[in-house]
Design a protein. Structure first.
Length: 144
């Protein structure tokens, strides 16, 4: 009886370790694979736009159908900028998507927001016509 009392806690530990090591194989249970991440991807960009110029930054949307936002965080010296979300074509050029351009200054509120399919995109920040010197900017693109 004494050896049984000593063996019981050891058996309980082994059983608990076995249960703790079991995991679901997502290939065996496709419903356990998340289709949309819980947290969005946040990409920070910085660049300089010359007078009558533009600056383009590429990014990739992995999960289509999620919200994409663009926020112009800072512009120095302060001015209004043309802000666009573009898509790459077969030649490698990035052109603004429909309804993907606005004129904005720095603001905590995203001037561009919408839903896009998965794919390769770009942020285009350009002179809106009022620049008299080069402008430094920072922008944030949030997507899934």
């Amino acid at each position: 009886m004494g050896s049984m009392k000593r063996a019981l806690p050891a058996l309980v530990c082994v059983a608990l370790l076995g249960v703790g090591c079991q995991t679901d194989d997502p290939t065996q249970n496709p419903s356990s694979i998340p289709t949309t991440p819980v947290n969005p991807t946040v990409e920070n960009f910085a660049g300089t736009v010359s007078v009558k110029g533009s600056d383009t930054k590429p990014f990739t949307v992995v999960f289509g159908g999620g919200t994409l936002t663009v926020t112009l965080v800072s512009v120095t010296p302060a001015t209004q900028m043309s802000v666009s979300v573009g898509a790459f074509d077969s030649t490698g050029a990035c052109s603004p998507v429909t309804n993907g351009t606005t004129i904005a200054g720095p603001s905590p509120t995203p001037p561009l927001a919408g839903t896009v399919p998965a794919g390769n995109y770009c942020l285009i920040v350009a002179d809106a016509g009022s620049q008299t010197a080069s402008v430094a900017y920072t922008a944030t693109v949030t997507h899934y």
